[in-house]
Design a protein around this ligand. Structure first.
Ligand code: FAD
Length: 503
């Protein structure tokens, strides 16, 4: 049997936003030596979406894997550091909680830290859970830590991500890809040609130029020029679970020192974000237009910003959900063309790089292999569903009843898979998470705890421990962490010293 029937010699990527350029950078880095040709087509006239500025820690490993120097990347993208997300007013107005990266505490004699903390609390200890989270303490003091200098200290378990200017990130990745041999073609795709079996054969640009390839990657944004408009795979709409359907965004100048975290503040019909960069701040209001008008949303956003607007506010409509198939025939979709989950936990860029990692593991010898296509689609759907459930958790556990939107969140339908997680957690703090899931125990504990979802008891195996001994170990841990956090530089100082962008 010749498994290399129709070998893939050329890939065409349609779209040069963050998704397109991440795809080009990754594929050329992995497959350059095998002679794979990569051509990326983008249209300056159409432009990019220009939002997508908060990331999560896996990005750091992705950059490392591409051999991109982190400091160069931060300088080029006007980046700042992100220790987590500060959620304000989600459970009740006036309350806030922090979702940190890294881990909260560390196991004690093999016992899960959270269970140890639960037992201490049951025995009267009042130390907050987040007194054991390095990122939460650093963030509360506007500090950052030198990740290269924490060995054998409690900061060893701290983690971080970046805030970045997405337009500049695209430019950086374009430069990186072109230097390695990716061909960029400027132009607007006007028509798409298919083979008799439905595979994509070529795209034709407004200039009349025809670009053929063996495999296509659709990074054309929300419309999904290839995956939807041509291959018509269909879209699974998840608005019953995540009803927000629009964002209004504005960039402002900076006021004060940049915070080492994203702020996500619940509002009348959704939530606003604040993302500090070195040269400006990104702001936006994600809302459901069934509950407030565009004008009200814009007024709320402009009321919430701290600096002067640098642009007219811009509205972006969206539908939460994903394509029924994110790989179909000889076409893979990435980024907004693949699906959309609101940016509450900054997961979109991660889904691009994660999808690429899964695709590369399965990179087909030829364009036709149903087993690979099916397995890829299964794996990516699972990722989307897990993230969707985690996002829904932030809404369905609210106690806010001060607006129609929040009252509706309390009674809305939630996915069975999430209901199971909530029910299981409420018994004894159990988490049924698999190792490959994006959000691990720190994330679920942080949001459950922040939203007042509490286990009814701790795991009884902890009763082999004397409460006073456990309390003293925890107290020492919290004190050690507080002491070392105090000694760290401010976020601003750290950026100035190591990765200040040229003015
Ligand atoms: P785009 O940036 O829209 O790029 C599409 C590309 O396709 C462009 O180059 C365009 O020119 C090209 N194109 C389109 N049609 C044609 C054509 N006919 N011919 C030629 N070229 C064409 N993600 C995060 O990780 N963190 C966040 O904090 C975050 N916040 C977000 C906030 C909002 C409100 C929204 C809507 C999204 C957010 N995202 C976030 C998602 C993030 O913006 C996207 O995942 C990311 O920017 C990738 O976009 P993209 O490349 O898929 O699409």
């Amino acid at each position: 049997m010749n498994i290399n029937k129709d070998p893939i010699k050329k890939i065409a990527i349609v779209g040069g936003g963050t998704a397109g350029w991440f795809a080009a950078s990754t594929l050329i880095s992995v497959f350059k030596s095998s002679g794979l040709q990569i051509e990326l087509i983008e249209s300056e006239e159409i432009g990019i979406i220009g939002v997508g500025e908060a990331t999560i820690p896996p990005l750091i490993s992705v950059l490392h894997g591409l051999n991109i120097n982190l400091v160069d990347f931060i300088k080029a993208t006007q980046g700042t550091f992100k220790l987590g997300i500060q959620f304000e007013d989600w459970h009740t107005k006036g309350e806030h909680f922090f979702h940190p990266f890294g881990s909260i505490g560390k196991p004690i004699d093999g016992y899960d830290f959270f269970q140890c903390w639960l037992k201490c609390r049951a025995e009267g200890d009042k130390t907050p859970l987040m007194a054991h989270s390095p990122e939460t303490i650093l963030a509360s003091k506007n500090k950052f830590f030198p990740p290269f200098d924490v060995k054998n200290t409690p900061l060893e378990r701290a983690d971080y991500a970046l805030h970045l200017d997405s337009g500049l990130a695209g430019k950086f990745l374009r430069d990186f890809s072109e230097k390695k041999g990716v061909v960029r073609t400027e132009g607007k795709v006007e028509t798409v040609q298919q083979h008799p079996n439905g595979d994509i054969k070529s795209v034709t640009l407004a200039s009349g130029q025809v670009i053929e390839a063996d495999f296509f990657i659709d990074c054309s944004g929300f419309k999904g020029l290839l995956i939807e408009e041509t291959l018509k795979v269909g879209y699974e709409d998840w608005s019953q679970y995540l009803p927000c359907n629009k964002a209004v965004t504005v960039q402002t100048d900076n006021v004060g020192e940049p915070a080492p975290y994203t702020v996500a503040k619940a509002r009348e019909a959704g939530w606003t974000w604040r993302i500090p960069l070195q040269h400006r701040t990104g702001n936006g209001y994600v809302f459901c237009d069934k509950f407030i008008s565009d004008e009200q949303a814009k007024a709320t956003l402009l009321d919430s910003i701290q600096g002067q607007p640098l642009m007219e506010p811009r509205f972006i409509p969206f539908t939460t959900g994903m394509r029924n198939k994110t790989w179909h025939k000889n076409c893979l979709s990435l980024g907004l063309a693949q699906g959309f989950l609101e940016p509450l936990e900054s997961t979109a860029i991660h889904l691009v790089t994660k999808s690429l990692a899964v695709f590369i593991r399965m990179f087909p010898a030829s364009t036709h292999n149903e087993t690979l296509v099916n397995e890829y689609n299964r794996a990516i759907r699972k990722d989307y569903e897990e993230i969707r459930d985690f996002l829904v958790l932030h809404y369905c556990t609210t106690a806010r009843d001060d607006s129609e939107f929040w009252r509706s969140c309390q009674t809305m339908e939630i996915p069975e898979s999430l209901q199971y997680k909530i029910d299981y957690y409420k018994v004894a703090g159990g988490l049924n998470i698999k190792a490959e899931e994006l959000f691990q125990s720190t994330s679920w504990h942080a949001v459950f705890h922040g939203m007042h979802v509490e286990p009814s008891r701790y795991n009884p195996t902890l009763d082999t421990w004397q409460a006073e001994k456990l309390k003293s170990i925890l107290a020492q841990g919290a004190q050690g962490l507080a002491n070392i956090c105090d000694k760290q530089p401010s976020h601003k100082q750290f950026i100035q010293q190591y990765c200040s962008a040229p003015k």
